[in-house]
Ligand binder design. Structure first.
Ligand SMILES: O=C(O)CCC(=O)C(=O)O
Length: 300
């Protein structure tokens, strides 16, 4: 873990924003070099998918791919991004790991019919939303959206959110909860939903309970974005998390983020080797700060 992470600890103001609104933008989460390298990787994978005959990976088609973290170094490096991970542990504590990653490419569709090109509003985690019968539900995970292209104006396929909906007991729209969201029409946008506008290199953390979707892209720019989901270590990964080949050489905190465990019991009752992040935080911030973090994790 880079020491520079200590310069990006979550402030009380940021925590309050995340807790009350359900999301937190982090500008300059990526350097322009990192953005370029990630764009290169996204374009390469898109090309490879097209060459392999993936019908969705056409020039004009929206295309996505999951389980990207182990596919190349620029993707792997985001697992413990020192400008972002401190915000994740700042809200969830140290017993965390990456449990899902995906990328999405959304080309312009200027000829689409009015209202087309949306992704249904949803909360993340499918059946959890049905089977966890407490209101509000527990957070249990969050995602970090990385925007690689300029979505600083609406109409560019922006990520859409309903601020505050993560702790509201009302379901803002009729939706088939527990199913993966599909492409939809814009009729299903809850009142009060807003586009997230962001420059390339911006990260946006969002609570998995936050109602969100993806909007139509009527601009001339293809939108390219990455999504990194962090959960507690006792959750099942949402994709294959193909990372075995990275573990031997990974730094201990990165190994934790990639989901390495000594044994399954350590997911629930971790020993030091399971959670090097805890040791790192004690070393750099002290026992008291880590105890405070535990207190916070208990109440949220
Ligand atoms: O691509 C987007 O803007 C939304 C992605 C999304 O809904 C998700 O990761 O759950």
């Amino acid at each position: 873990m880079y020491r520079s992470a200590l310069d990006h600890l979550m402030t009380d103001e940021e925590r309050d924003h995340f807790e009350t609104r359900g999301f937190l933008p982090v500008e300059n989460a990526l350097t322009s070099e990192e953005v370029d390298a990630l764009l290169g990787e996204v374009d390469r994978l898109h090309r490879e998918a097209r060459d392999a005959g993936d019908k969705r990976a056409t020039k004009d088609g929206a295309w996505g791919k999951a389980d990207i973290v182990g596919l190349s170094e620029p993707f792997t490096n985001l697992s413990d991004n020192p400008r972002v991970l401190p915000k994740v542990w700042g809200t969830m504590g140290w017993n965390i790991m990456l449990y899902h990653t995906h990328l999405h490419v959304k080309p312009p569709a200027p000829d689409a019919e009015e209202g087309e090109g949306w992704m249904e509003f949803h909360q993340d985690s499918g059946r959890v939303n049905l089977e966890m019968r407490t209101f509000p539900q527990a957070r249990i995970s969050l995602k970090v959206a990385y925007f690689l292209t300029d979505v600083s104006e609406p109409g560019r396929g922006n990520f859409y959110i309903l601020p505050g909906s993560h702790i509201s007991d009302t379901i803002p729209i009729s939706s088939e909860i527990g199913r993966d969201p599909a492409e939809a029409r814009s009729e299903g946008i809850p009142e009060g939903a807003i586009p997230v506008c962001a420059k390339p290199g911006t990260a946006v953390l969002f609570d998995r309970r936050l109602w969100h979707g993806r909007s139509a892209n009527r601009s001339t720019l293809t939108r390219k974005a990455l999504f990194y989901g962090y959960s507690y270590r006792w959750i099942q990964p949402k994709d294959a998390m193909t990372v075995e080949h990275l573990l031997e050489d990974a730094d201990p905190v990165r190994r934790q983020m990639l989901g390495s465990v000594v044994n399954n019991n350590g997911r629930y009752v971790p020993v030091d080797e399971d959670v090097p992040l805890r040791g790192w935080l004690i070393e750099h911030l002290g026992e008291e700060a880590v105890a405070e973090m535990d207190e916070r994790a208990l109440v949220l």
